[in-house]
Design a binder for this molecule. Structure first.
Ligand SMILES: *[C@@H]1O[C@H](CO)[C@@H](O)[C@H](O)[C@H]1NC(C)=O
Ligand SMILES: *[C@@H]1O[C@H](CO)[C@@H](O)[C@H](O)[C@H]1NC(C)=O
Ligand SMILES: *[C@@H]1O[C@H](CO)[C@@H](O)[C@H](O)[C@H]1NC(C)=O
Ligand SMILES: *[C@@H]1O[C@H](CO)[C@@H](O)[C@H](O)[C@H]1NC(C)=O
Ligand SMILES: *[C@@H]1O[C@H](CO)[C@@H](O)[C@H](O)[C@H]1NC(C)=O
Length: 232
């Protein structure tokens, strides 16, 4: 009975703490280059953007018939794609066809609530470019993979950016005095394992304190009851 009650109380304590650690929440876009989490961590692509009107990723082919160029942060011009962030290139005769898939000022960082993954989405007219940000820890290379559209009729085009820049940077805002690796694997929940361990520790201590105080309270109540009984 006592055991059950304390188990219940303990899980009430631990539950919200675990959620608080793991749900890093959405990465809110501040600029086309940067989004930040509620806990102070952020994703920053400033170092990736070319500033000379050329795309950082040039003419990347998908497995269909298209190629794409993308530049984070700053716009570029390629063929008929003027001052864009994403451009689709279709080889054609006599001229290649260029279709803008996004402008820098249309940027939006979209967080998938179910797995904490983040997508950088651009719009241009009816088309859109979706850059899925995949955290690759420990890697020194950054690569863009063009997945193409989900169907032939679709105007939405998907990409994967695999990079350590897609791992949350910075130290999470917390008073727990443990050193935390900022870049440990995706999804965004990563990098908090040290913090998690510390909080599990705190929760266990709180749980134990609870068990002890409940036992003491029950003993005290019995003692009081006995005393009253004795006095009668
Ligand atoms: C882009 O890539 C395609 C396929 O790899 C190639 O045929 C085309 O010539 C390239 N265009 C430019 C401008 O490099
Ligand atoms: C492209 O970048 C330049 C310089 O930052 C800016 O003045 C211009 O408005 C941008 N164009 C678009 C379409 O965003
Ligand atoms: C590209 O631009 C030129 C002039 O800037 C225009 O004549 C041509 O129609 C455009 N092509 C496409 C496919 O938009
Ligand atoms: C969000 O992530 C889940 C799990 O990976 C996936 O099944 C779902 O399709 C994603 N939703 C969107 C809108 O991408
Ligand atoms: C992540 O990368 C850092 C720096 O390269 C490394 O110290 C750490 O062990 C890595 N973590 C994982 C889980 O690979």
């Amino acid at each position: 009975m006592i055991y059950l009650r304390s188990l219940l109380l303990c899980s009430v304590f631990v539950g919200p703490l675990m959620l608080g650690v793991c749900a890093q929440g959405t990465c809110n876009g501040n600029t086309p280059c940067l989004c930040s989490y509620e806990n102070g961590q952020f994703l920053d692509f400033t170092s990736l953007g070319n500033k000379d009107d050329t795309p950082r990723f040039y003419n990347v082919s998908d497995k269909y018939e298209y190629a794409y160029s993308w530049n984070p942060c700053y716009n570029f011009t390629e063929g008929n794609c003027s001052e864009v962030s994403v451009c689709k290139i279709e080889s054609a005769i006599p001229y290649d066809l260029y279709t803008p898939l996004g402008y820098q000022n249309s940027y939006e960082f979209v967080t998938n609530r179910s797995d904490n993954s983040v997508e950088l989405v651009y719009q241009a007219g009816t088309g859109s470019g979706h850059i899925r940000l995949i955290c690759v820890n420990g890697s020194t290379t950054t690569s863009l993979i063009a997945l193409g559209p989900p169907s032939q009729q679709s105007h939405d085009f998907y990409f994967e950016l695999r990079s350590p820049l897609c791992c949350p940077q910075g130290t999470p805002l917390t008073s727990v005095p443990t050193t935390i690796e900022p870049t440990t694997g995706c999804p965004a929940c990563a990098g908090t394992s040290g913090l998690k361990d510390a909080l599990i520790g705190v929760s266990v201590v709180l749980g134990l304190l609870l068990v002890v105080s409940i036992i003491l309270a029950v003993k005290l109540r019995r003692l009081m009851a006995k005393k009253v009984y004795d006095e009668l």
